[in-house]
Ligand binder design. Structure first.
Ligand code: HEC
Length: 125
């Protein structure tokens, strides 16, 4: 191998390694959306939004397809939070009917927010 081809091969290898590193770090450069539970999780700031997006179509307002459980009424929601059925329903642990009914499980992030809110006393905050 003469000096030029040695340099060319060397340069190619360097570029290959450099690009390899670049792609390896793509998940650091473009991280998946993080689950932000660093702030205080509240009913008004977090839980209501999740319920509204996933549950009120059956459990809110005038909906009558939620088994007669109006989760938009705080005392009803609080009762299901305190007796463990709400958490069982969204974690699909077998202790309750799986919710949301006939739909995919909530994201781990949403479930984590419910857990924090319930463990903090399921306050009307
Ligand atoms: C498509 C309608 C529908 C959606 C959406 C839905 N539910 Fe339900 N839910 C029901 C029905 C109907 C029942 C009554 C039990 C049954 O028939 O499965 C019920 C029951 C429940 C119960 C009582 C479970 C038990 O075993 O006693 C809880 C808690 C609950 N739902 C929470 C939720 C939450 C939280 C969401 C949103 C993440 C949700 N549901 C979304 C229809 C729904």
């Amino acid at each position: 191998m003469n000096r030029i081809s040695f340099l060319v091969v060397g340069l190619c290898l360097t570029m290959l390694i450099a690009t390899g590193c670049y792609y390896d770090k793509a998940d650091i450069i473009y991280p998946a959306p993080v689950c932000d539970t660093s702030h205080a999780i509240t009913l008004s700031g977090d839980i209501n939004n999740i319920l509204s997006a996933n549950c009120y179509s059956c459990h809110g307002g005038t909906a009558d397809n939620g088994g007669g459980i109006p989760l938009d009424q705080y005392d009803v929601l609080k009762a299901y939070a305190d007796n463990g059925i709400l958490m069982s329903a969204i974690t699909h642990d077998g202790g309750a009917q799986n919710m949301p009914k006939d739909a995919p499980k909530l994201s781990d992030c949403d479930i984590a927010k419910f857990r924090i809110w319930i463990d903090s006393g399921a306050l009307d905050n």
